[in-house]
Design a protein around this ligand. Structure first.
Ligand SMILES: [Zn+2]
Length: 443
């Protein structure tokens, strides 16, 4: 007699949150993990998935994403990316503010296949536009923030503020002070974005507390936490050691090999690996969470730590670690299967710097709430994110992206190349020109 709806059999389980590791079977009953064991008989399940030769992890938890599509500048539909990446929980990082949070819930959260949580923007207009959301302090209403956060406690898991000249204009640290107040009044963690100062990153970190999240922590832009020789700056070391959480937030402006390699060489590892997936970064070089995770495998982080930084740790920060980011029996049956391809794969940072990685993590199946997800084709980019009409700085970035694509740097192209034995390197040698080095993009 069958006891389980689904059995994922014979895979190599990597589940730091649930404490499982090694060749194990995962049994699912309804929308819950029912059992994790060494040899669960195939005839106990209505459906069996053979995971031999593959890695099995909890569904990935992406701490920094933008999913408020068709209503904000950066938002994308998460379901197509989820179906090909294993990312089953998406935390929207500030796309919505108090004035449009009801829209995020009704039009996106309630209609998406993936699980969505949100950090509410301290600016009540959220990220409707590309920038400037904190340039008018009239939008930064802490009382209204608290009312909306209190009425949406199931959804709102933190406060988001973007610090840097393009977002705060002439308002300096005041947006961060208001976000700090909102975080304290609501007892929520605070996520702070850094990019181009002023204000400067030392002033920003001085207002952050243990448990707060610095996103874009490995940026190479002016608010970076290393000096020009790659040494971790003293104030950043103190904040990190005191418990400020360091989150990657790759995006199109924030992942720099120069910064990452300097910090990793000094023994520093990011607390969280996240994508900052949005209308631009989904077109590369971030692409999706497994691509970002592969960059950290290349930088020398063990697979188990990479998985912890994209499952258990972000789930804990969101306060949902009993439900997701784990394969513990009783938790949500969100599961991801991966092949770890061997070959030579070009992986780029946001400056167009390339590293030849020897391993690429490729998602083969995504299970949400006990149900395998069929592939969902991606929709077209928003009109404002089509390369020909990107603003000047973004156009430079679009040109670099086009060159990267020509070099075979898309997850699909690399997967196909590895499977036919033509590695990323073979593809790499064909085009005549290198991707142009260029000034950093806008964020
Ligand atoms: Zn973001």
């Amino acid at each position: 007699m069958t006891r389980f709806d689904l059995l994922i059999k014979g895979g190599e389980v990597v589940d730091p949150g649930g404490g499982h590791e090694g060749r194990l079977d995962i049994a699912i009953d309804g929308d819950r993990i029912a059992a994790v064991d060494a040899a669960i008989p195939a005839d106990t399940a209505a459906r069996v998935i053979d995971a031999e030769g593959q890695y099995v992890t909890p569904g990935l938890v992406d701490l920094h994403t933008h999913v408020f599509h068709k209503a904000t500048y950066w938002g994308i539909d998460p379901d197509p990316v989820a179906s090909s990446s294993g990312a089953t929980t998406w935390n929207d990082a500030g796309s919505a503010g108090a004035l449009n949070l009801p829209g995020l819930r009704e039009f996106v959260v309630d209609r998406s296949r993936v699980r969505i949580t949100a950090f509410l923007n301290i600016s009540n207009i959220g990220l409707v536009g590309e920038n400037h959301e904190c340039a008018n302090l009239a939008y930064l209403d802490v009382d209204l923030f608290r009312r909306l956060a209190d009425r949406n406690r199931d959804l709102i898991r933190g406060v988001k503020v973007r610090m840097g000249t393009p977002t705060v204009g002439a308002n300096g640290l005041e947006p961060l002070r208001r976000a700090r107040r909102a975080a304290e009044e609501c007892e929520l963690p605070l996520m702070v974005h850094i990019a181009f100062g002023p204000p400067e990153v030392d002033e920003v970190l001085a207002l952050m507390r243990p448990g707060d999240i610095l996103t874009h922590c490995f940026t190479g832009l002016s608010m970076k936490i290393v000096d020009d020789d790659g040494r971790l700056r003293d104030f950043a070391k103190r904040a990190w050691d005191a418990g400020v959480v360091m989150d990657i937030g790759h995006g199109t402006g924030s992942f720099s090999y120069a910064t990452a390699e300097a910090l990793m060489a000094a023994g520093r590892r990011p607390d969280v690996i996240s994508t900052d997936l949005h209308q631009l970064s989904v077109q590369g070089p971030a692409f999706d969470l497994p691509t970002c995770m592969s960059k950290f495998l290349h930088l020398g982080m063990p697979l188990r730590d990479v998985v912890a930084a994209s499952t258990a740790r972000p789930a804990e920060l969101l306060g949902i670690d009993r439900e997701v980011g784990t394969l513990r029996p009783g938790s949500c049956a969100d599961v991801a299967l991966f092949r770890l391809l061997n070959g030579t794969f070009p992986l780029y940072d946001i400056f167009g710097e390339m590293r030849e990685a020897s391993r690429l993590l490729v998602n083969t199946l995504t299970v949400i709430g006990g149900k395998p997800v069929a592939p969902v084709p991606p929709g077209p980019p928003a009109p404002w994110a089509e390369p020909p009409i990107w603003p000047d700085l973004q156009k430079e970035f679009a040109d670099r992206l086009a060159a990267m694509r020509e070099h075979g740097h898309t997850p699909a192209a690399m997967r196909a190349a590895a499977e036919t034995g033509a590695t990323g390197r073979d593809r790499e040698q064909r085009p005549a020109s290198d991707p142009p080095a260029a000034r950093p993009p806008r964020r």
